[in-house]
Ligand binder design. Structure first.
Ligand code: SF4
Ligand code: SF4
Length: 300
């Protein structure tokens, strides 16, 4: 039976992994699917893996609701006013400005600019103005009347992954009661930005030496951020028991284990993740959602 959470604010759950290939996308779309079925229909999945968003692939019937440019204010030098003093170059920490006085050349590279505004402060000659510069797109899709998927698509060559994630997370999500953030892999700034306001974080790992190595890095990060988190072991049955020993030693909660299933994995490759879910897998996800519902409400 469907029940709704009672808080006014949406519950925010981020799904992250220290490395790519652990099955973070699989877990994200399955949680979205089963939360819709057994928790609340008002759920949003926000794909923050803006360099390679792929959650939408598994919802072929989703309808595009909106598409817009994600822009940042980027400075432009008016060469007629510029005295080529190079003060702006000294202020720019991102090496985005080139000024060559002998040939009266001054230019800002928008793909390196982080819109910090320092060059505007530096310039005493009013030679810098700001213009909107696109760093990518934000698309919103309806899966049904209440469930939405939002994805950010970073412009090729742009280094503004973190800025785009911030913009994507501000996209309204139709009064969702639960918001899932599918984080980019890794432990750098984009992951911190994705998880910063999450009420709870699910780390997806696999029982292999690589999985354990990257899990440790992510656990260190989340402990530093003082965020509540638990772990889902994907591809359970492969590899060894080291991940489980680590979780026990560090007193980290094991939220669930998703067994490795070759047939199911090939469904992922065909984009058919949700159409033929083995019963065993379905029961596991339903239990995870049930546990999450009880647990996460305490953190919100
Ligand atoms: S806004 Fe900041 S990053 Fe961009 S060019 Fe100016 S100083 Fe450099
Ligand atoms: S600080 Fe202003 S005047 Fe000086 S080089 Fe930069 S844009 Fe030109």
């Amino acid at each position: 039976m469907k029940t709704n959470v009672t808080t006014d604010m949406p519950l925010k759950i981020a799904i992250a992994s220290g490395k790519g290939g652990t099955g973070k996308t699989t877990v994200s779309v399955n949680l979205f699917h089963f939360i819709r079925q057994s928790w609340t229909s008002r759920v949003a999945l926000v794909d923050c893996d803006v360099e390679e968003p792929n959650d939408l692939i598994f919802f072929p019937g989703a309808k595009l609701l909106s598409e817009k440019e994600a822009t940042l204010p980027v400075p432009e030098i008016i060469t007629d006013k510029c005295t080529f003093c190079r003060k702006c170059v000294e202020y720019c920490e991102f090496n985005a400005i080139v000024v060559i006085p002998p040939v009266k050349f001054a230019e800002i590279n928008p793909s390196l600019c982080h819109s910090c505004g320092a060059c505007l402060v530096a310039c005493q000659d009013d030679a810098i103005i700001e213009k909107p510069y696109s760093i990518g797109k934000i698309r919103k899709y309806a899966v049904d009347e209440q469930a939405v998927i939002v994805e950010g698509l970073l412009k090729i060559g742009s280094a503004m992954q973190t800025s785009l994630i911030k913009i994507v997370k501000k996209e309204p999500v139709n009064n969702a009661e639960v918001i899932l953030y599918d984080a980019p892999p890794g432990t750098s700034c984009p992951v911190v930005t994705t998880t910063a306001d999450a009420d709870y974080i699910i780390l997806v790992t696999e029982p292999t030496p690589f999985g354990l190595h990257d899990l440790k890095l992510t656990v260190d990060l989340l402990r530093e951020l003082e965020k509540p988190f638990g772990v889902i072991v994907n591809k359970a049955g492969l590899g060894n028991r080291d991940v489980y020993d680590y979780l026990e030693k560090e007193d980290i909660e094991l939220i669930g284990e998703i067994p490795f299933d070759k047939k199911y994995a090939s469904g992922y490759a065909r984009g058919e993740l949700l159409s033929h879910i083995p019963e065993k897998m379905e029961n596991i996800y339903r239990q995870i959602v049930q546990d999450l519902k009880e647990k996460v409400s305490d953190y919100a």
